[in-house]
Design a binder for this molecule. Structure first.
Ligand code: NAD
Length: 267
């Protein structure tokens, strides 16, 4: 018999879970773990579609950047499934613009969702756990940009670095309550639906993705969103009871490199 990871009887909220990227893989993995999935998204229709894929899933529309929405998300979850035992802070937006060209509105939107929103969700979740004397865990979705970055991503790298800082600090605040806080930093997660976004910087999205796979990773296959999801399930389970405050890079080896593979390739 293998080592079981079973989250049956747990309720887990995934924010921004209705997208096609990391959130989709996290929702799949949480559903496979046996936990009851609560999927939030700004886009209520898309959240309902995701919920329909996994029987028993609750969909709650809401903007995690607004404290009144965050309070409502937790209140609705409590009415429908009781207390939440886990949160995956996945909702996020990107920004590809040099810092000196970005506007204050760009900055406020990015930090308002990726940092402030994530903090608001974590805060309400923690206070609900403390009030009900339940134990639960937080998994934040950061990015490889919290480790090293590219031109045009300074503000995104700053926002995701704030996420890893918050992860470390909250882990120290909450350890006494047995609440663990960790982060996952994904590399390039492959999905053809993402090609529209890639087209904003590359003429041939497939060629760009293939170069990512063959030249910018140690492993020769694409990173799948569910690879992040399975790591989230591990971090929410007791198998990771010795891990808190950490950021796990789920990146097929990207952040272990200084230069691309082709730098030292032998023919
Ligand atoms: N896709 C990747 O390759 C990749 C790599 C590293 C990190 N990430 C991170 O993964 C997370 C998910 O992004 P994704 O790439 O899967 O994108 P995505 O666009 O597929 O999903 C993001 C979802 O978040 C929702 N959302 C946006 N703002 C929201 C808000 N204020 N409140 C609630 N929901 C909101 C969107 O509606 C969307 O459904 C983000 O935090 C992102 O930074 C993604």
């Amino acid at each position: 018999m293998g080592i079981p990871i079973n989250l049956e009887g747990k309720n887990v909220l995934v924010t921004g879970g209705a997208g096609f990227g990391v959130g989709a893989g996290v929702c799949q993995a949480i559903a496979e773990s046996g936990a009851r999935l609560v999927v939030n998204d700004l886009d209520g229709v898309a959240a309902a579609k995701t919920a329909a894929r996994y029987p028993g899933t609750l969909a709650i529309a809401g903007d995690i950047g607004k404290s009144e929405d965050v309070e409502r998300i937790f209140a609705e979850a409590k009415v429908h499934c009781g207390v939440l035992h886990g949160v995956v802070n996945n909702a996020g937006v990107g920004l590809n613009k040099p810092a000196h060209e970005a506007t204050e509105a760009d900055f406020d939107r990015l930090f308002g969702i990726d940092v402030r929103g994530l903090w608001l969700v974590s805060k309400v979740f923690t206070n609900q756990l403390l009030e009900t004397k339940e134990v639960g865990h937080i998994v934040n979705i950061a990015s490889v940009h919290a480790h090293s970055t590219n031109a045009g991503y300074a503000l995104y790298a700053a926002a995701k670095s704030a996420v890893t800082g918050l992860t470390r600090g909250m882990a120290l605040d909450l350890g006494q309550h047995l609440i663990r806080v960790n982060a996952i930093a994904p590399g390039y997660v492959h999905s053809e639906q993402g090609f529209e976004i890639i087209r904003t910087w590359a003429d041939d999205p497939q060629a760009w993705a293939d170069t990512c796979r063959t030249d910018q990773q140690a492993l020769p296959y694409f990173l799948d969103a569910v690879d992040c999801g399975y790591t989230a399930v591990f971090l929410l389970s007791n198998l990771s009871r010795g891990i808190t405050g950490q950021t796990i890079f789920v990146d097929n080896g990207t952040t272990s490199m200084v230069f691309n593979r082709s730098f030292t390739e032998r023919s």
